[in-house]
Design a protein around this ligand. Structure first.
Ligand code: 4NP
Length: 171
């Protein structure tokens, strides 16, 4: 069950472009990017999905995802090969949904959005996080923590992205 429909009807079951955003673009959003690529391939709808990720900050531009994130991801079958880049104004034209991992990402994206229409594309990942059944309202930053934080990111993302796919699939 999807707690609420977020994806507008005109984008459901049709070509859709999704940008995942976190702070550094080396942990959470490249993991979301990799998991979503895998999910749409599994469901045979990869040709309808354009998926990318970007960071609010530019500190890691060009870098592969954090080594710890890559190790935890590959154990679940996700090979993360994205190179970090920063969010740019053009992203608000090039994507239909811009999905932030936490409240700070959402605040920063709203500051960057050039128009009201652009602002309407911004969504927190928590829109697909199981509503009242989950104690989490974001995907927490694992960067300064231990291994369990990276596992937790992957578990939260797998659940949310399955819901995102179902939101898009159901008429
Ligand atoms: P991410 O994690 O936003 O999930 O990629 C972070 C990675 C690096 C930094 C912060 C968060 N940093 O400050 O360098």
């Amino acid at each position: 069950m999807i707690p609420q429909r977020v994806i507008p009807p005109q984008l459901r079951r049709k070509a859709i472009r999704v940008l995942f955003v976190c702070l550094g673009n080396i942990c959470r959003s490249p993991a979301a990017d990799g998991i979503m690529h895998s999910l749409v391939a599994e469901h045979g709808v990869a040709e309808l999905w354009t998926i990318d990720s970007a960071g609010i900050g530019g500190w890691h531009v060009g870098d592969l995802p954090d080594k710890r994130m890559r190790v935890h991801a590959i154990r679940r079958g996700y090979d993360l090969t994205h190179h970090a880049r920063q969010v740019r104004e053009l992203d608000f034209d090039n994507f239909d949904l811009i999905i932030g991992m936490d409240a700070n990402n959402i605040r920063d994206l709203r500051r960057l959005a050039p128009t009201v229409e652009a602002m309407a594309k911004i969504h927190p990942i928590s829109d697909w996080m199981g509503g009242i059944a989950t104690p989490y309202d974001c995907v927490p930053d694992p960067y300064y923590g231990g291994a369990e934080g990276f596992e937790h990111v992957l578990t939260l993302l797998e659940d949310a992205l399955n819901r995102l796919l179902r939101d898009w699939q159901e008429a």
